[in-house]
Design a protein. Structure first.
Length: 199
């Protein structure tokens, strides 16, 4: 059975109050821990606001890209190369590669450029690509789900970073204050030893 006091009990003991055995370092640590807890709680609405802002920006980006990007069929004009890897079955064998291709934009203009395809794709192969407003190859439009995930990850990341920093500060302060406690105990034992009439 674990007889160690819980974190809340130990924190309450640090409070000191009118306890004559409580030292200034105990009260200082208690105030530091309370301040850290308050900052962790205060960080929540700020992290939420920043995450919401990131989500809003992502949704706006998604709307813009969805409205301006279109898909067309591109035709490769050369064989796509294979990526040589040091080990058989390594990740390099699945990496996409660049290859020259042609495509026709929405206004009927024929364009030439470089697109991304699977390794070993033969010349003349047809593949669907996304084009931006200028008719150049582009990534698929940013999705609303990605915007929400990005905003959530940003908010949680900020809160976790602040919490980790405050935990580290409290931990370092605890170690420093413990050294002060041990020094005080040592001096008090020395004084008791000098003042004692027992040998």
């Amino acid at each position: 059975m674990n007889d160690r006091p819980s974190l809340l009990v130990r924190l309450w003991r640090l409070r000191g109050g009118r306890n004559p055995l409580a030292r200034r370092v105990d009260r200082a640590e208690f105030r530091l821990v309370l301040a850290a807890i308050a900052l962790v709680l205060i960080t929540i609405p700020f992290a939420t606001a920043i995450g919401s802002d990131v989500t809003a920006q992502g949704l706006e980006r998604s709307r813009h890209e969805s409205a301006t990007r279109t898909t067309v069929t591109a035709v490769t004009v050369a064989d796509a190369p294979y990526v040589r890897t040091a080990a058989v079955g390594s990740a390099g064998a699945n990496l996409p590669v660049d290859v020259a291709a042609t495509w026709t934009t929405a206004d009927g203009a024929e364009r030439h450029g470089v697109i991304v395809v699977e390794q070993g794709t033969k010349a003349g192969a047809k593949t669907t690509i996304w084009l931006d407003g200028a008719g150049n190859p582009a990534a698929a439009p940013f999705q609303p789900a990605d915007a929400r995930v990005s905003g959530l990850a940003t908010g949680i990341g900020i809160w976790l970073a602040v919490s980790a920093l405050l935990i580290a500060v409290c931990g370092a302060a605890h170690l420093a204050l413990n050294r002060r406690r041990y020094d005080q105990w040592g001096r008090e034992w020395d004084r008791i030893g000098r003042d004692s009439s027992y040998s």
